[in-house]
Ligand binder design. Structure first.
Ligand code: GLN
Length: 319
């Protein structure tokens, strides 16, 4: 086993869980009613190791919309379809040092990276053809959802239509970003702007549970092979790129500090989810809706910091 004393390990995880549960800092996202209604008390932790050992505690079976945690996944799909060279003609690899939805492009007039809204919208515009055939919006959605489900070990995911409709309704900033990038010719040819935006909102509105997201994390930790189904879902070179950018850009404008303190690739979403990948060891999902000023789950970030105090998972711990 990759974690030999798994029982003992889980006991320690449980201790950290209860410690973080007492943390009542932060505010639940309120830009759409469906997120605003989320209880601040929800708190779940799920673990799935690359050899399929699992542990979970708390609210691990309640579906939530994965929001920005979809960004590394759609990026991975685009890489698998098109390769890194093509994808990075359209989007950079640099932390933006700004908010996730900031109206800003890099000095080449490209989005800074695929982990912020601008970059993720462009990634959504790149997922459009398979085997040279243009996909309709419906096919694109099916294709992507199916990919996400395979990352989660062929478990059924959900789609929250109310969140999708609200996202689309309250998306002035995302449309502004979209048009700004249109002005700068950031999109590939024949891109239907409206469809691309809808597809982006749909990816944000896919629903999963803490348990399911931990399996997605373990597939990434395992180089793209799902430990439960043993299916090769993503190419290892795609996963390498995904993890690199999760590491440097995954936690909004806290990414630098998080990479320094915690030192594992992680992506957060506005629903309070954290997708944590400990390469060659395990995937972890942390979910608790209250967010700090930078938009990361308060309990989630605290959990990561506590975890690194107890275990040497930081990428530079074992020198
Ligand atoms: N739906 C949100 C948006 O596009 C997702 C952002 C997030 O999770 N940070 O604004």
């Amino acid at each position: 086993f990759i974690i030999p004393e798994f029982q003992e390990f889980c006991k320690q995880i449980e201790e950290i869980y209860w410690k973080c549960k007492e943390n009542t800092n932060g505010k639940v996202a309120s830009y759409i009613p469906q997120l605003k209604r989320m209880s601040p008390n929800y708190w779940g932790v799920s673990i799935c190791t690359i050899d399929g050992q699992r542990f979970s505690i708390g609210d691990v079976s309640i579906p939530f919309t994965i929001q920005s945690c979809s960004k590394p996944l759609t990026y991975g799909i685009a890489l698998d379809l098109l390769g890194s060279d093509v994808v990075h003609k359209y989007v950079g690899q640099e932390p933006s040092g700004r908010n996730f939805n900031e109206l800003i492009l890099d000095h080449n007039k490209k989005p800074h990276n695929p982990m912020i809204n601008a970059g993720a919208i462009i990634i959504c515009s790149l997922i459009k053809t398979i085997a040279r055939a243009e996909m309709s919006l419906a096919e694109k959605f099916d294709y992507t959802m199916n990919y996400f489900e395979r990352l989660a070990g062929n478990d059924d995911l959900g789609f929250n239509n109310a969140v999708f409709l609200s996202e689309r309704e309250c998306a002035d900033r995302n449309y502004a970003l979209g048009f700004y990038m249109k002005e700068h010719k950031c999109y590939p040819e024949n891109c239907t702007f409206k469809e691309c935006m809808d597809f982006y909102f749909q990816c944000c509105s896919l629903e999963a549970t803490c348990d399911q997201v931990s399996v997605m994390g373990s597939t990434l930790a395992n180089g793209g092979i799902c430990p439960l189904s043993e299916e090769k879902v993503l190419k290892p070179e795609s996963v390498r790129d995904v993890l690199s950018l999760m590491h440097s850009c995954g936690m909004y404008d806290y990414s630098g500090q998080f990479a320094f303190k915690v030192g594992v690739p992680t992506k957060s979403g506005v629903s309070g989810a954290l997708l944590v990948v400990i390469p060659n060891v395990m995937g972890i999902c942390l979910w608790s809706p209250p967010l700090d000023a930078l938009g990361n789950s308060c309990r989630g970030v605290q959990f990561c910091e506590e975890l690194i105090k107890k275990f040497n998972f930081h990428l530079y711990d074992n020198l």
